[in-house]
Ligand binder design. Structure first.
Ligand code: AHM
Ligand code: MG
Length: 349
């Protein structure tokens, strides 16, 4: 039985030039994960569920556990001194760690500390998503916004924790995707899923169909395709939507499937955040042999323009994502997200 700590050190030895900072950074994420996991397991017994009454910058009501998870990850990352700053879905602006170690470190972390947190009140799985980049600003100086606005293909590592029927941490450093399951009696994560590969095709689609009438035509057509009866391709597919991205993603990663959060008439850019949710999941799915796009182009090639940027998200088994993309191109070419032209417009303004 290999523990996550042992695995990280073992893998570091494959890279003679590695200084150990990334390993240490992953260990601080692991430590915070254990603390958050312990609290989540007590939800229902102590007063940690429910809303705080405060809204985050995106106008969403923060849950008590959102704030607890945010503070825990922030504290763990700052204490180790392996990052020069973080950006979080729960923070308006990025946070600078300006201790001597912080300023001299070479990484930034972007995270959604507790994804799907509204589910916690009803005991449904929630998750943590993280993404690590090497800074582009000079070491020795305070981190700047450009360290956080890097395209997803620059990620050094990414991962998630799913607080489910068991707690699992799944991560990649660009050399495959590996999953570790927590033994709750010891609080230790053991390697349980080495080198995860997502099936090229799956039988599951995950989307909030309550928004059907507001979907672009390309998505409507794709859903009809999923529901058609066609024995050779095992259709109709099964619909599964937990409403907790990490859990929906995790199931599709292991079994094959597609997760879609498209643009809708009321949310033209979709709901999910490029930096905290889509890029890390895109890195993971690609490392597992799958695909992630905004319906037209690769998620990890999008040049971010702002921290809390949203983007439509199509992610999962390659054949399924490609089929959905074909239908978007054919029936909804007008919904092409024009990140580049938006950038140009901003510059002109
Ligand atoms: P959150 O980060 O505020 O929790 O929102 C993200 C969540 C995802 O986990 C989930 O897939 C999606 O929002 C569900 O949204 P909806 O309720 O609109 O289907
Ligand atoms: Mg989220």
């Amino acid at each position: 039985m290999i523990t996550l700590g042992e695995y990280i050190i073992e893998k570091q030895q494959d890279f003679p030039e590695a200084s150990g900072e990334l390993s240490s950074l992953l260990s601080s994420i692991l430590l915070a994960t254990k603390v958050v996991n312990r609290e989540i397991n007590k939800a229902g017994l102590v007063d940690i569920i429910g809303a705080t009454g405060v809204e985050n910058i995106q106008g969403e009501v923060q849950q008590k556990m959102d704030l607890y998870a945010n503070e825990t990850f922030k504290a763990a990352l700052e204490a180790r001194g392996e990052v020069c700053g973080i950006a979080s879905e729960e923070e308006d602006e990025f946070i600078i760690f300006d201790s001597e170690r912080g300023v001299n470190s070479k990484y930034v972390v972007l995270m959604d500390p507790l994804d799907g947190s509204t589910n916690i009140d009803v005991n449904v799985s929630v998750g943590t998503i993280f993404s690590i980049y090497r800074r582009v600003s000079p070491q020795g100086k305070q981190t700047t916004l450009e360290d956080f606005l890097q395209p997803g293909h620059c990620q050094v590592a990414a991962g998630y924790v799913v607080y489910g029927s068991s707690t699992m941490l799944v991560y990649t450093t660009g050399h495959g995707v590996h999953g570790f399951t927590c033994d709750p009696s010891l609080g230790v994560f053991y390697l349980s899923h080495e080198n995860i590969r997502i099936p090229e095709s799956g039988q599951t689609y995950s989307i909030n169909e309550g928004n059907y009438l507001k979907f672009p035509d390309g998505v409507k057509k794709y859903l009809k395709f999923c529901q058609e009866i066609d024995q050779p391709t095992n259709r109709p597919y099964t619909s599964r939507y937990i409403g907790s991205l990490v859990s929906d993603f995790h199931r599709n990663l292991l079994k094959g499937g597609i997760y879609i959060y498209p643009s809708t008439a009321s949310t033209p850019k979709g709901k999910l955040r490029l930096l905290y949710e889509c890029n890390p999941m895109a890195f993971l799915v690609e490392q597992a042999g799958g695909k992630a796009s905004d319906g037209f182009k690769r998620i990890m090639d999008i040049e971010p323009t702002e921290l809390h940027q949203r983007v439509p998200f199509f992610c999962g088994s390659t054949n399924m994502v490609e089929k959905a993309e074909t239908m978007m191109e054919q029936y909804s070419p007008e919904s092409k997200t024009t990140t580049e032209s938006e950038k140009a417009k901003k510059l002109i303004a």
